[in-house]
Design a protein around this ligand. Structure first.
Ligand SMILES: NC(=O)c1ccc[n+]([C@@H]2O[C@H](COP(=O)([O-])OP(=O)(O)OC[C@H]3O[C@@H](n4cnc5c(N)ncnc54)[C@H](O)[C@@H]3O)[C@@H](O)[C@H]2O)c1
Length: 329
């Protein structure tokens, strides 16, 4: 039997950078759009203690075959001093099928979720982006902002809004060191975060819209990654109606993204209002941004192809940089 490379969160952090992760997302979505990727529906097992999700995918061209196991066990913090959400990725060798690596999935998830927004920004945001408004300063908020600054490196101003001001202030301290944005600050209202922003990022746990569509300026791009159930949404109907809408994957979004499902159910838009999947834009089958003034919206619920592609990138780089521990199983 082959050896398995074990990679901790620190190992994953030490090998991944945003530029390469965005490139990996671009390739993965291109492959997905070309029809060769295999992306079964995620499997969900409810247990007494929580929910266990299994997200498998295969990208033959890039040789990424993997499954991510994510669990949401609410009593973990109090009972076991563990986070509510845990995740690990098992990467396989597509030639033998054997599992060749087990790696931490939490940082990997934040990176691939940021990177898919970075990829969307590359195709959908204006070329000259000066300002970003960010909603939600948790784990995903960090990588959303990082990816936006990599995809559009001339960002001068970032306005950050979180319902928890203390969390937002800690975020500013951390991110101002990391990203060197000339002006990064907490704002007092959602309206301030949106008005005048070239890009608006939403990465919250809010079940209801975090801003109003009427505040958007022409030409704004929005990346919405937070909500993932049919009943919850971060984006209001007015925004969806005003925008050219691109989703990560049509069926997944029509099953999970309240941001789109609610306006469809209420008769404000039809499915046809969704312009494209990201892969169609990346592979040139459909146009991305066409005018300076159009409003674009990217909705992501998260796909296993992102995990498979990122775990392969982590593995290849970890081998090169001699990270992790190898064990015989
Ligand atoms: N699309 C994907 O692939 C993907 C991947 C991972 C996580 N997610 C989702 O992204 C969301 C954020 O995840 P996280 O790990 O960063 O969570 P987190 O708990 O670390 O951060 C969420 C932040 O949102 C803030 N918030 C809540 N309501 C708000 C509002 N109305 N306005 C502004 N801020 C508000 C909270 O105070 C918190 O700081 C979750 O819903 C998660 O399920 C999506």
């Amino acid at each position: 039997m082959g050896k398995v490379l074990l990679l901790s969160k620190t190992d994953v952090e030490s090998v991944l950078n945003m530029r390469e992760t965005i490139a990996a997302m671009e390739t993965a979505f291109q492959e997905f759009s070309g029809g060769s990727a295999i992306l079964p529906q995620r499997i969900l097992i409810p247990t007494e203690a929580g929910i266990s999700l299994y997200m498998p995918a295969f990208l033959p061209q890039s040789g990424s075959l993997a499954v991510k196991i994510v669990t949401v066990f609410e009593h973990n913090p109090v009972k076991y001093d563990l986070p509510t959400i845990l995740g690990k990725v098992l990467l396989q060798d597509p030639k033998t099928g054997d599992v060749i690596s087990i790696m931490d999935g939490s940082y990997l998830t934040a990176m691939r979720t940021g990177a898919v927004s970075g990829c969307a920004i590359k195709y959908l945001a204006k070329k000259d982006v000066q300002s970003v408004g960010l909603f939600g300063t948790g784990v995903q908020g960090s990588t959303q902002l990082w990816a936006a600054c990599v995809a559009r490196p001339r960002v001068q101003l970032c306005k950050v809004y979180d319902v928890r001001k203390d969390v937002a202030e800690d975020f500013i301290l951390k991110m101002s060191k990391k990203l060197q944005i000339p002006d990064i600050k907490v704002v007092k209202s959602p309206e301030e975060a949106v008005k005048g922003s070239d890009i608006v990022l939403t990465a919250t746990t809010s079940p209801t819209p975090v801003f109003r569509g009427e505040w958007l300026e022409p030409g704004t791009h929005i990346s919405a990654i937070g909500s993932y159930t049919p009943e919850t949404r971060e984006i209001d109907t007015k925004t969806v109606r005003k925008a050219k809408v691109v989703c990560d994957e049509m069926n997944a979004c029509l099953e999970e993204a309240g941001d789109l499902i609610i306006p469809i159910k209420e008769g404000d838009i039809t499915k046809k209002h969704i312009h494209a999947e990201l892969g169609e834009i990346v592979s040139g089958k459909k146009p991305g941004r066409e005018t300076e003034s159009e409003i674009t919206l990217f909705k992501s619920v998260g796909l296993a192809i992102q995990d498979a592609a990122t775990s392969k990138l982590v593995y290849d780089k970890a081998r090169e940089m001699k990270k992790g521990i190898e064990v015989e199983i």
